[in-house]
Design a binder for this molecule. Structure first.
Ligand code: ZN
Length: 679
């Protein structure tokens, strides 16, 4: 595939309307492609159809953007890019299509409150009145997508397509969705969130399947004309709640994973690991904006150091970097971004491209469960009143990853498709509310092979309860609780004791032990003197511990060769250092020898991989706020005495010390990043 070795990419964001005669009249393809070429860009994502639905190419379907005055922007860009040796990915929007919305009212999505999308004002989640949203379950709309995609593929030659917006911004109650649901289940679409009912959970999964089926339909329309063209569907909504129906099933419709993110480096590191592991082929693509921090800040640009670190973080995960730039409404760009900034960035990063790819060496793997992106406590809520906020399903695994990064415990982030073959010593199920049967099959196989599990909060499948020898009863009434270590849990709970228990600022799951065999209780639940949320108190400002229960809070279960640890709440979400340390101690207890050890400070990530028999390391100085300051005196320790280490590209030999049967590699000063090889 053309994507191999293609790490430097670009997209010019241009969802520009045409009510003003000036709009897009200053587009200059020559200047634009010259800029990309000078910067060393290897692939350009070129807009064909943006969210306005106004085409940037002559079309027999829909209409062209008026500002182009018939000019074939797409055709000219493809020709110029190819002449410059730049691959082209054609951008095409789905679901978000204002032209389709205006011209085909029957295709519109219908929100839980009966509204079409342009009827909303000043709301979140695209409910601004700007976006016309149509439903991919509508057969007429599907035909329109197919005709559009096939027209593009017949009229132009290019390497790949990016199909944006493969999600519903809200639950759709349009006639097509209602009919489809009725036909498939015999029921009306639900109006209330009922996570305690299988029927509702299956409805949520069905929407994820529908979205993936639609994505496969669009991909097939392209491949029918040009089987060689690669297809990428927008995957960034994978971190959004269940409402958007974006799940790992989308990976069945793409050649590789790609999506745009505007958070910091911790978020990038988490999502890059996940993409690397679920993408059918590599490199995956990490998109982020030139604008700081996101496109809304059209006129601000990230620093060179920030961009360098974004590119290098993606690269060491075997990901391509795609800079999302934003065109001015008149069609002009800022060419200096390419002739200066991006040229400098890519001229540095391109020297490291030949060293990446290969498997990460790791001890732990965090499972990001894409079919469980909900809060089971949001129960009985009307679908009009549901929350779009990112919640515990995302915060807990990201918090786990933050702790593992800061303690230098080698880790990965995996998807459902990786569970069964996973080689880590421990898989972390950080507040996974639901585990599907096929996922449970994979987890059972992993445990049977001797893998360990850490499970926090809900136990998402009765088979996992059985494995743990417990039965979940419910949750504590108290919303502020404690974990008191038992004698057996003293070591793991380090700075905490029965008298000074670990604080959990939320309710805990309650369970009964049904099979005491091989179970050790490491902590019990302790509750405040008074019920939280009432006017009664023991201490006026706080909820000190007062009721010591026998209710298990943390248990360890031996299952053949495996050890399973369950915690009644996600300890990893804790803010205090010593509480986070308890999570580390639990995970460390489930790992044998670590593949490397390091004293790197919390924001420096150490990554280790093997490629073609060679052992590589990367150190990334992921400070979230510019300017990024250097870090001194870091070591990385590896197994084996008398190893040598040399910096990549420069070949500079690093100082080493022999410590018994181990070698310590010394890094005097780390600026932004460093890659080295150990022999
Ligand atoms: Zn619909």
């Amino acid at each position: 595939m053309w994507i191999e070795g293609n790490y430097r990419r670009n997209l010019m964001d241009m969802h520009i309307d045409d009510w003003n005669e000036e709009f897009l009249t200053k587009i200059n393809c020559e200047e634009y492609v010259e800029a990309l070429k000078d910067a060393g860009v290897q692939a350009a994502m070129v807009k064909a159809k943006p969210h306005t639905g106004l085409c940037y190419y002559p079309t027999s379907i829909g209409r062209m953007h008026k500002g182009l005055h018939g000019k074939d922007f797409l055709g000219e860009m493809i020709q110029r890019c190819h002449e410059a040796g730049i691959a082209v990915e054609v951008y095409f929007t789905q679901v978000f299509d204002n032209w389709a919305y205006e011209n085909h009212p029957e295709w519109r999505t219908v929100g839980p409150d009966g509204k079409n999308f342009r009827e909303y004002r000043n709301g979140g989640n695209f409910k601004t009145g700007r976006y016309g949203i149509v439903c991919p379950n509508n057969e007429g709309y599907r035909e329109y997508v197919k005709e559009n995609l096939q027209e593009l593929n017949r009229n132009y030659q290019f390497e790949g397509m990016f199909l944006d917006m493969t999600f519903w911004p809200d639950i759709c109650y349009c006639p097509s969705c209602r009919k489809k649901y009725l036909e498939e289940t015999g029921r009306e679409l639900p109006r209330t969130l009922r996570w305690d009912r299988k029927e509702f959970r299956e409805f949520v999964y069905l929407r994820e399947k529908w979205m993936a089926d639609y994505a496969k339909f669009a991909t097939a329309a392209i491949k029918e004309i040009n089987p060689e063209v690669t297809v990428e569907h927008q995957f960034s909504m994978i971190t959004s709640p269940w409402i958007n129906a974006s799940s790992e099933l989308l990976m069945e419709a793409v050649d590789y994973a790609g999506g745009d993110y505007y958070g910091g480096f911790l978020q990038q590191s988490f999502i890059n690991k996940y993409y690397k592991n679920v993408s059918p082929a590599l490199p995956f693509i990490y998109h982020t904006s030139r604008c700081d921090p996101e496109l809304v800040f059209h006129t601000t640009t990230k620093t060179k150091e920030e961009l360098l670190l974004h590119v290098m973080t993606a690269l060491v995960h075997n990901g391509a970097f795609l800079l999302v730039d934003a065109i001015n409404p008149d069609g002009s760009i800022v060419p200096e971004v390419y002739h200066g900034l991006m040229k400098e960035v890519y001229s540095i990063t391109r020297r490291y491209e030949s060293y990446v790819s290969g498997a990460f060496n790791h001890n732990a793997a965090i499972w990001f469960a894409s079919h469980a992106k909900y809060d089971p406590d949001e129960n009985g809520v009307d679908t009009c009143d549901k929350s779009f906020d990112r919640k515990i399903y995302m915060d807990a695994p990201v918090a786990a990853s933050s702790i593992l990064r800061s303690t230098n415990l080698p880790y990965e982030v995996i998807g459902s498709r990786n569970l069964e073959g996973e080689r880590a010593e421990v898989i972390i199920l950080s507040n996974v509310a639901a585990i599907r049967e096929e996922e449970m099959d994979a987890l059972e196989a992993y445990v049977k092979r001797g893998g360990n599990l850490y499970v926090s909060g809900p136990i998402g499948n009765p088979r996992l309860e059985k494995l743990l020898g417990v039965k979940v009863l419910g949750k504590t009434g108290h919303q502020f609780t404690y974990l008191s270590p038992t004698k057996e849990g003293e070591e793991i709970f380090e700075k905490f004791s029965r008298k000074v228990p670990l604080t959990i600022p939320m309710a805990q799951y309650e369970l009964e032990i049904v099979d005491e065999n091989e179970i050790t209780v490491l902590a019990t639940q302790t509750l405040p003197y008074t019920m939280t949320g009432t006017e009664e108190f023991a201490a006026i400002h706080s909820n000190p511990p007062g009721i010591y229960t026998d209710q298990p809070g943390v248990i360890r279960k031996m299952a053949g060769p495996s050890t399973l640890i369950w915690s009644a709440a996600p300890i990893e979400l804790s803010k205090p250092y010593w509480s986070r340390q308890v999570f580390y101690n639990i995970i460390r207890s489930l790992c044998g020898k670590l593949v490397f050890e390091s004293n790197a400070p919390k924001y420096v990530e150490v990554i280790n991989w093997n490629k073609e028999g060679r052992n590589y390391f990367a150190l990334l100085n992921q400070q979230e706020e510019a300017p990024i300051v250097p870090v001194y005196d870091i070591y990385v320790e590896v197994e084996g005495a008398g190893k040598t280490a040399k910096e990549l590209v420069s070949g500079k030999v690093l100082k080493t010390e022999i410590l018994g049967d181990r070698t310590r590699i010394l890094i005097d000063k780390l600026e932004l990043f460093m890659l080295f090889e150990v022999e």
